[in-house]
Design a protein around this ligand. Structure first.
Ligand code: FE
Length: 199
């Protein structure tokens, strides 16, 4: 490229920009670093798919709980001590069966019921998944390793800011008689998004 003598204004390195933002917070008596560390702690220790796995295992073993979960997901997960942010007004649970595969996405951005099923995976946030899973769901699922026969219907649920979904995967036949703890251990985030089935 020819040197035009015109130089773009340099952007400060990210560390210096962070320092500048922190200094502004501190000047106003707010400790940004502590708040970020607390937030990171919450993400890493609390927003885990193990929460949703407990919900699934309970639903598999307790028909009355499953009924409540399908009727009002938010209230039912609360019974297990799990909370959702106020703006996640609804948790809608969709059950997968031998002939039905429910899948969730957020066509606008990356919304999930993250306090229950964990933070969205990177691929969930990408335009490729968001755009294609609604139009070519069978192909996209196949590309992700879930090759469903034509006899299985696929339904895709588009998350909104206030309506979050989770999938209740089909319980594998081999797990008859297992404890809730054993069952929870095989439930994955992908299965609760609906891009995988449990074997
Ligand atoms: Fe979103």
């Amino acid at each position: 490229m020819p040197d035009t003598g015109h130089r773009q204004q340099e952007t400060a390195p990210v560390e210096r920009r962070i320092d500048a933002i922190e200094a502004i917070f501190e000047a106003r008596g707010m400790n940004a670093r502590a708040a970020i560390e607390e937030f990171e702690h919450t993400i890493e220790e609390k927003w885990l798919p193990e929460n949703g796995a407990r919900v699934v295992a309970k639903a598999w073993t307790d028909p009355a709980f499953k009924k409540r979960l399908m009727e009002n997901g938010r209230a039912a997960v609360g019974e297990l001590g799990l909370t959702m942010p106020p703006h996640h007004r609804h948790l809608i649970v969709k059950e997968n069966t031998a002939t039905l595969q429910n899948v969730i996405c957020c066509t606008l951005c990356s919304c999930t019921a993250f306090t229950i099923i964990g933070l969205p995976p990177d691929w969930y946030k990408e335009l490729e998944y968001r755009a294609r899973v609604v139009r070519q769901s069978r192909t996209v699922l196949k590309e992700m390793g879930l090759d469903l026969p034509e006899s299985v219907d696929i339904r895709v649920w588009d998350t909104t800011a206030d309506t979050r979904y989770m999938i209740l995967p089909e319980r594998p036949a081999r797990t008859a008689g297992w404890s809730e703890e054993q069952l929870a251990a095989i439930v994955t985030k992908d299965a609760m998004i609906g891009v995988a089935r449990l074997a």
